[in-house]
Design a protein around this ligand. Structure first.
Ligand code: PLP
Length: 338
């Protein structure tokens, strides 16, 4: 099965499984798991922050970050379609009484400075207190420029808000632009990085920030039931992922471009090449084909997610050149019979 649904579907390879099986472990809730501690320190260093916290998922990382920054009755400004507001089950409101303030997202994935500025509430008891600006890089595979992020963070900081970056796929942005992870992270008070997307670990994210922020975040992780015990087996996979699977993201990006170019050669299919910046390809097909395409590809052992407007195809370490060719070949024959 060639699975284009997401880069979360990658399987741990044999070497990763070996380092997991032989990992030295301890009880991390007592602070005694050596690899969890090493992973937290290494990711904090990578992102130029004082401390890190290993958590179960990107969702938990964003939730802990937002609830550490903002309290009940305070609000978080973020993009309406950003993952932390749109796809995380409303956790900040449901569990923390924190109010989401969704802002329009431009087609390049960015927010407008003027929207951020206008959304910050005055100090007036009619309004919730604006407490946090939460951004995302990459968003739908689109790289956010460091200067744009920095300008938005400056506005937030000037107005007394903290800033968080959902960097689930930040390393894809790093590889695509050669801007370092620490440079991207510099203007943010906290950053979340996922190990289980393009980096290929089976589970886990790391939240980083100042030592005092992470110490408050650690309490929240416990409160949310996220304190883990002999978690070194997972941390070993995370360390393996960050040490071995970052530079290979460029292969995913190149294959995504090859895929997009090949799709544009098929009559009836369209991909905007400017939108193919990392490992995601958004493909338009004739309306009449939308509902049946996933099923028809599945018959040839190719898996894609259903589409709302466009189909999202995600390239990752378990899709090689042959996988790209197989996809192009099958789509060409489906379109020929359409
Ligand atoms: C941008 C972004 N942030 C956060 C997450 C949440 O990660 P998880 O699925 O590990 O909870 C995802 C998941 O795909 C994501 O795409």
């Amino acid at each position: 099965m060639i699975d284009f649904r997401s880069d979360t579907v990658t399987m741990p390879d044999e070497t990763m499984r070996d380092v997991m099986a032989t990992a030295e472990v301890g009880d991390d809730v007592y602070g005694e798991d050596p690899l969890a501690s090493r992973l937290e320190t290494q990711i904090a260093d990578l992102l130029g922050k004082e401390a890190g916290l290993f958590v179960s998922s990107g969702t938990q990382s964003n939730l802990i970050a937002m609830l550490t920054h903002a309290s009940r009755g305070e609000e978080v400004l973020s993009g309406a379609q950003y993952h932390s507001l749109h796809y995380e089950a409303g956790g900040i409101a449901a569990l923390g009484g924190v109010i989401p303030c969704p802002l329009p997202v431009n087609s390049d994935g960015s927010l407008n400075a003027s929207d951020v500025e206008q959304a910050v509430k005055q100090d007036d008891y009619h309004y919730p207190v604006s407490r946090l600006l939460s951004l995302e890089n990459t968003h739908n595979g689109l790289v956010q420029q460091k200067q744009t992020l920095q300008a938005l963070c400056e506005i937030a900081h000037e107005k007394g808000l903290s800033t968080h970056l959902d960097g689930a796929r930040l390393m894809n942005a790093v590889i695509a632009t050669n801007v370092s992870a620490a440079d991207y992270a510099q203007s943010f008070d906290s950053v979340s990085l996922c190990l289980s997307k393009g980096l290929g670990a089976p589970v886990g994210s790391v939240l980083v920030g100042s030592a005092s922020f992470i110490s408050r975040a650690r309490r929240l992780r416990k409160m949310l039931g996220g304190g883990m015990r002999q978690v070194g087996m997972m941390a070993a996979a995370g360390l393996y992922a960050i040490n071995h699977n970052v530079s290979r993201l460029k292969d995913d990006h190149m294959r995504a471009k090859t895929l997009a170019q090949g799709l544009n050669d098929i009559s009836g299919i369209h991909v905007d090449m400017d939108s193919v910046q990392t490992n995601m390809v958004y493909m338009q097909v004739p309306e009449a084909m939308k509902s049946t395409l996933p099923e028809r590809l599945m018959a040839g052992n190719i898996r894609i997610s259903p589409a709302k407007k466009m189909f999202r195809l995600v390239v990752h370490k378990d899709i090689d050149d042959d996988g790209i060719s197989a996809m192009l070949h099958q789509l060409a024959s489906i379109m020929a019979t359409a």
